[in-house]
Design a binder for this molecule. Structure first.
Ligand SMILES: Cc1ncc(COP(=O)(O)O)c(C=O)c1O
Length: 405
């Protein structure tokens, strides 16, 4: 049979990360490539207790269809917590001419994909930081949107370059940003940068799609206000999830956006999966409201504080000084930039041959084929010893390639 596939997915490259994942079945490989949460960050025993309780006390609720918007007690708990802790979500009484609502989605990635579906026609553009999260870029491309990049600097997306692009790109509908502990770069944009970018979005009439799955994983420095907390115009769609603080396999995320936008997202979600898994929505609600949720998040933070510290020390010690790398204050990722004399693909290949997996930075460029001489490293899943050994091997690979250049 010659399969006659649609054109929709033609622009998607198989994720370079997933390709590397395939090589990770070898337990001797040090996995700096995956973005998975640390295995010891899952509160397994408590989840088992809550699961048992759900089946004993509310089996039908957990096993029956639910509403597309999500399990109401969970929506309410998320909305209340993020309003209180982060100033996210406008109420009708704020008198801004719009109010926000929160719905549950099947992972933050679904929220991102739905936002594109709701706003972008075929050929419309989504502007993203360069580099950006490949899962989101692929979600935009699969909806027929063109992805465009604006350089990500040390303090956030370059506002001057962004304005240039906004002036000439009339089909730009969404500005996709991961302002906190960015994937892949590990950078957190400053408040000043965010205020400039927010003003530009308002001026040029483009929606900000703020993706914040790592925001609660801060282990150093001070919180920076989210775009959503600054939103007085109703131009921010905010996506986050429980993937990195409770469990990624549950697929429970959420979107907070102006009610009018939420209504469209709900229609689009209904077509995709009717609703998010009820059992896990209930489980998350119980965890949030009946267990020490804040204490658990603090523990997860301390896991990454330790792992990141080990990686920073090891990279300082083993990498030749021609290589530079970001120093994240939270999240899971480090962006390591190679000197021009090292070919990035060769570095990735050679590292894998010596059993260290890293992700080629080219996987994260919004415009396919754009030059990139960086790689992404993650400290989340490797053991402490592996982090040190892996950094040493990367240092050796770099030395060898520089000698050969
Ligand atoms: C920047 C970014 N956004 C969204 C997601 C998707 O997360 P979720 O598991 O909530 O779909 C990820 C996952 O790695 C991510 O890195």
């Amino acid at each position: 049979m010659e399969y006659r596939f649609s054109d929709k997915l033609a622009a998607l490259k198989p994720s370079a990360i997933r390709e590397i994942f395939k090589s990770l079945t070898d337990p001797s490989i040090i996995a700096f490539a995956a973005g998975n949460p640390a295995a010891d960050s899952f509160p397994v025993a408590e989840m088992a207790e809550i699961s048992d309780e759900i089946y004993r006390t509310m089996p039908v609720k957990a096993l029956q269809y639910g509403t597309t918007e999500g399990y109401l007690p969970l929506r309410q708990a998320i909305a209340a917590r993020q309003r209180e802790k982060f100033g996210i979500g406008r109420l009708p009484e704020d008198g801004l001419g719009f109010s926000d609502s929160t719905i549950i989605v099947s992972g933050g990635n679904q929220g991102i994909e739905l936002a594109c579906k709701v706003f972008c026609n075929e050929g419309d553009a989504v502007i993203a930081e360069d580099p950006s999260f490949i899962g989101a870029l692929n979600a935009f491309r699969s909806n027929g949107a063109v992805t465009l990049g604006v350089p990500l600097l040390a303090d956030g997306i370059d506002p001057a370059a962004l304005e240039e692009l906004l002036k000439r790109e009339k089909r730009a509908k969404l500005l996709y940003l991961i302002p906190t502990f960015q994937n892949p770069a590990g950078i957190t944009s400053t408040e000043e940068n965010r205020r400039k970018v927010y003003a530009l979005a308002a001026k040029y009439g483009i929606m900000i799609l703020e993706d914040n799955p790592y925001g609660e994983l801060r282990f150093a420095g001070d919180d920076v206000p989210t775009y959503k907390s600054m939103d007085t115009e109703g131009i921010v769609i905010y996506c986050s999830s429980f993937s990195k603080i409770l469990s990624s396999g549950m697929r429970v995320g959420y979107v907070t956006a102006p009610e009018e936008v939420i209504q469209k997202l709900v229609v689009a979600k209904q077509v995709e999966d009717v609703h998010t898994n009820m059992f896990f929505q209930i489980l998350v609600h119980k965890y949030m409201t009946e267990r020490d949720f804040e204490g658990h998040i603090a523990e997860v933070r301390s896991i990454y504080r330790r792992k990141c510290g080990i990686m920073m020390d090891a990279l300082d010690r083993y990498l030749p000084r021609e290589l530079t790398f970001t120093r994240p204050q939270g999240g899971l990722f480090v962006w390591c930039t190679l000197p021009a004399c090292i070919d990035m693909n060769e570095f990735v290949k050679e590292a894998l041959a010596r059993k260290v997996a890293v992700v080629p930075g080219s996987a994260f460029t919004p415009v396919a084929g754009a030059p990139c001489n960086s790689v992404r490293l993650s400290y989340s899943t490797a053991t402490d010893d592996q982090i040190v050994t892996g950094a040493r091997i990367l240092g050796e690979v770099a030395e060898d390639l520089m000698k050969r250049a």
